[in-house]
Design a binder for this molecule. Structure first.
Ligand code: GDU
Length: 330
């Protein structure tokens, strides 16, 4: 059987494709290449260029491949962009996911792994690591668009012979330790990516969005997870469903938070480079502090983090950024 990876030319998707291939799986990728890159897709995967809401293309993919699982990454991922242009986020993340889920049900594809997000929680009530049963109060259209898809999956699983896993990602960073892929998106806004670019002189400096938050140093706190550990969580979630496990929602993070300033110190230390940091105002849609309780993923699919070390995350991000620079890519 084969696994269909939507968004497999993107940052997390391209790592997932490698994780599946490393595990001996047959992989089919569907990506419209709006932000991803054809070269990011492992050559062993079968590639289709197109949209996840293109029913004719999906029918062809299901007819040409024996797919028993979909791992769905395709979507828009930038919190402030979603605040500025909410309807694009509801279109790309909710409406198009609905089309993909409908096609999966029609084709009787039994397993679905969905890339959800910690943004579904908004800012949790307490500073304790958040569990999956916490209140769902997204603070951005991005978070709401993903939550709506989770709800569609829940209701679809109740009505059809269909099992899903929704993985709520915390802050994904780093790159394949073997250097095969990394975060390559043009105009990326993610903290570790931006700081790596500043450290390597690809940008003159960077902004810190807000130092007046109610956190120890006044900057926002996040739980940074290495992208390879995240891909491994998907693989384990898939194996669990194939073994008969039911639908489930699970956090993907390490259970400890770092502030923006702590991350910047780490990037400076690991790279050995200093760079200008401008203290700017708060960015719309930012949650104050959010850290995962990953107990469900660890217990239910036996997920064990292997790279839960901020210095390693930063090292692999810097190595990938350097690799892109040496090849005049981005
Ligand atoms: O140049 C920058 C970039 C980011 N930040 C700050 O760094 C923190 C992390 O920001 P990111 O943009 O790296 O990530 P977000 O927490 O906004 O969002 C990420 O995590 C979310 C879940 O928490 C979603 O999954 C989302 O897709 C993903 O981008 C925030 O406080 C942000 O304000 C800066 O200060 N300067």
């Amino acid at each position: 059987m084969a696994v269909l990876v939507t968004g497999g030319a993107g940052y997390i998707g391209s790592h997932m494709v490698w994780a599946l291939i490393d595990a001996g799986e047959e992989v089919v990728v569907l990506d419209r290449l709006s932000t991803g890159f054809r070269w990011a897709v492992a050559p062993e995967a079968r590639f289709y260029e197109g949209d996840i809401a293109d029913r004719a293309l999906l029918s062809a993919i299901f007819a040409e491949n024996r797919i028993d699982a979909i791992v769905h990454f395709a979507g828009s991922i930038i919190v402030p962009e979603s605040v500025a242009d909410p309807l694009s986020y509801y279109e790309n993340n909710t409406v198009k996911s609905r089309a993909l889920i409908a096609a999966a049900v029609e084709a009787k594809v039994p397993h679905f792994v969905f890339s959800s997000t910690a943004a579904v929680y908004g800012t949790p009530e307490s500073a304790e690591p958040v569990t999956e049963t916490a209140a769902l109060r997204p603070e951005s259209p991005y978070g709401t668009s993903k939550l709506m898809t989770e709800i569609m999956l829940r209701d679809t699983a109740a009505a059809h012979d269909f099992t899903y896993t929704a993985l709520r990602y915390f802050n994904v960073a780093g790159a394949d330790p073997r250097g095969r892929t990394g975060q390559s998106t043009a105009g990326a806004t993610h903290l570790i990516k931006v700081a790596s670019q500043a450290a390597l002189g690809k940008r003159a400096g960077m902004d810190v969005y807000g130092t007046d938050y109610p956190t120890p140093d006044g900057t926002c706190v996040r739980d940074y997870i290495h992208v390879t550990d995240l891909a491994d969580a998907h693989l384990k979630a898939l194996q669990r469903m194939r073994a008969g496990g039911g639908s489930i929602v699970a956090n993907c993070g390490y259970g400890r938070g770092f502030s923006v300033l702590e991350v910047l110190d780490q990037v400076k230390a690991v790279s050995g480079r200093d760079f200008p940091v401008n203290i700017a105002g708060r960015r719309p849609g930012d949650a104050v502090s959010i850290v995962a309780n990953p107990a469900v993923a660890m217990r239910e699919f036996g997920w064990t983090p292997k790279h839960d070390d901020l210095a390693f995350i930063v090292r692999t991000a810097l190595d990938w950024e350097d690799h892109l620079g040496k090849r005049n890519m981005l």
